[in-house]
Design a protein. Structure first.
Length: 115
């Protein structure tokens, strides 16, 4: 069983920065991709950024140039560096690991950006 635990969320002023972390535990192997998604109140969950096993990064247009995804393969950890945060970035952020056999989600971490 794979468990994902996110951390690093919180309250920040507009223009500020936060760094989210997601660490996987359990039997983790053959990770195909890692990613961050977010869900704001009353909205559907949306992709924020993903990174594949080969290192290819993909970002939502709304965060390009402000957010950076990275990973530490040795510890099965994925990070999301968020700079120049805006109030519209307020949401619950979820990490997702896609393995060759299944996909797993974290429990989410709240990010609130005050104007």
């Amino acid at each position: 069983q794979v468990q994902l635990v996110e951390s690093g969320g919180g309250l920040v002023q507009a223009g500020g920065s936060l760094r989210l972390s997601c660490v996987a535990s359990g039997i983790v192997f053959s990770i195909q991709a890692m990613g961050w998604y977010r869900q704001a109140p009353g909205k559907q969950r949306e992709l924020v950024a993903t990174i594949t096993r080969s290192g290819y990064e993909n970002y939502a247009d709304s965060v390009k140039g402000r957010f950076t995804i990275s990973r530490d393969s040795a510890t099965n950890t994925v990070y999301l560096q968020m700079n120049s945060l805006k109030p519209e970035d307020t949401a619950v952020y979820y990490c997702k690991y896609t393995l060759s056999t299944a996909a797993y989600w974290g429990q989410g971490t709240q990010v609130t950006v005050a104007s």
